[in-house]
Design a protein around this ligand. Structure first.
Ligand SMILES: Cc1cc2nc3c(=O)[nH]c(=O)nc-3n(C[C@H](O)[C@H](O)[C@H](O)COP(=O)(O)OP(=O)(O)OC[C@H]3O[C@@H](n4cnc5c(N)ncnc54)[C@H](O)[C@@H]3O)c2cc1C
Length: 407
């Protein structure tokens, strides 16, 4: 998660440079504005305080832009990831972005006395959260821990409404709300009662599943992290995976690699490979590829894989049913019965007290990637608007449609 540019949806006249104090050179402006004053008419409102919201706020504040940022800091990480998880990204690829690249995870760990290595020490979720909090306090002290309930467009810009009722007029809005509102449950499971089915997004803490039979659907990182945690907290877990095998990322052995291996498979934020190195170091070039080429690469590149730290906690300890397609799901006597089709291996029935699904709709996986564009294009907005119509949240939809017409 090394940010080289904003991965954000921005509305407003961004072609106009943000106002810098008169006579201030960006290069000479070496201090952060310290004001935590909440302006009634900010130049920019950022919605969401995840890694992207915090990073863009740090950059804007550094340049003297009058910015308000609304959101619970790192709430996806704090409340919706399995407790005790290790990050899948390496240490060097888990930085938030500040304008001078000073406030890295490495720097934080050295100050806090936490063992750190760019590649070889996995990053604990708790360390990342502490780092995020320290980053926020140092770089974005004006964060408002509130929620935005609507964004409406007006002739002079936008009006952002907070849950507390406050209305903030502003010429520019940055939507940095991530994709956590888009959790996906396969249609075959949708009819199960709400206490029988949930999404992994709902479970940071899993204590309520102690001594329960739980089936996890999915073979990616969050499915495996959750499976390990559930099993260790006393649940009886099984994992159903559509693919024929489950992939785990191999641990990094930077010292043991020859020069030739390093040249052929250079380290990158998304794993050691030439392709990964190119995509993570030259995203601007990648974004110039035709859309279909770009999305094709995204579909083929990487794919679901669990982190190496979870491998020993899962393999040989938790039953994993591969090549499994859920044909039917029904409830009887307080249990869920899943009819599993396994190709030539025929049908199987699996019973559980609770089923946990994972993942995003395929459509949104593509969107998440195309969101990495630096500016909006009309087709992108249209697709996002369609997706938002399926998952109505907040009052953003009208904004997307209008922005779409305006392009
Ligand atoms: C289980 C799991 C493990 C992961 N592991 C890694 C990893 O190891 N390394 C890595 O690089 N990435 C990892 N990721 C991906 C990572 O979480 C995302 O890429 C990253 O969080 C995206 O940052 P963001 O700021 O765009 O969105 P988010 O982190 O989702 O932040 C968006 C914020 O906006 C807030 N928000 C939403 N709506 C509103 C509103 N109306 N008003 C105010 N605030 C709002 C949300 O509460 C949230 O805090 C993982 C994801 C999951 C689910």
């Amino acid at each position: 998660m090394t940010y080289r540019g904003p991965n954000l949806t921005c509305f407003g006249p961004w072609s106009k440079k943000p106002h810098l104090p008169t006579g201030t050179s960006r290069l000479l402006f070496h201090r952060y504005p310290t004001s935590t004053h909440m302006s009634r008419n900010p130049d920019v409102v950022i919605v969401g305080a995840g890694p992207y919201g915090l990073s863009i706020a740090a950059h804007l504040r550094f340049h003297g832009v009058n910015v308000r940022i609304i959101g619970a800091p790192l709430s996806l990480w704090r409340d919706h990831m399995p407790e005790g998880m290790f990050l899948k990204s390496d240490g060097f690829a888990s930085n938030l972005s500040d304008p001078q690249s000073h406030f890295t995870l490495k720097h934080y760990c050295s100050q806090a006395g936490i063992p750190y290595h760019d590649l070889e020490i996995p990053v604990r979720l708790s360390t990342f959260l502490d780092y995020g909090d320290a980053f926020q306090q140092a770089n974005v002290p004006n964060l408002e821990n509130d929620e935005v309930s609507a964004v409406t467009q007006e002739s002079s810009g936008f009006r952002v409404q907070l849950r507390t009722g406050e209305q903030i007029p502003t010429p520019r809005v940055v939507i940095a709300t991530g994709i956590s509102n888009f959790s996906y449950t396969p249609p075959v499971l949708e009819r199960l009662a709400s206490d029988r089915i949930s999404h992994s997004f709902a479970h940071g803490n899993v204590d309520r599943f102690r001594a329960k039979d739980v089936v996890i659907v999915g073979g990616g990182a969050s499915a495996m992290d959750l499976a390990a945690l559930l099993q260790e907290r006393g649940a009886r877990v099984r994992v159903l995976v559509r693919a024929e095998t489950v992939r785990f990322i191999e641990p990094r052995d930077s010292a043991g690699r020859s020069v030739m291996q390093r040249l052929r498979h250079p380290d990158s934020g998304v794993g050691p490979s030439l392709q990964g190195w190119f995509y993570s170091n030259y995203p601007q070039v990648f974004f110039r590829f035709p859309r279909e080429v770009r999305l094709g690469i995204v579909r083929r590149f990487l794919g679901p894989a669990a982190g190496w730290t979870v491998k020993d906690r899962v393999l040989g300890k938790i039953p994993i049913v591969t090549g499994a397609h859920i044909a039917r799901a029904a409830e009887r006597n307080g249990c869920v019965y899943l009819e599993i089709s396994r190709g030539d291996r025929g049908l199987e029935e699996i019973a559980a007290e609770h089923v946990i699904s994972n993942g995003l709709p395929g459509q949104l996986e593509a969107l998440a990637i195309s969101q990495r564009r630096h500016s909006l294009s009309a087709p992108y907005v249209r697709r996002f608007a369609r997706a938002l119509r399926q998952f109505p949240i907040l009052g953003f939809r009208s904004v997307f449609r209008r922005a779409c017409r305006g392009k």
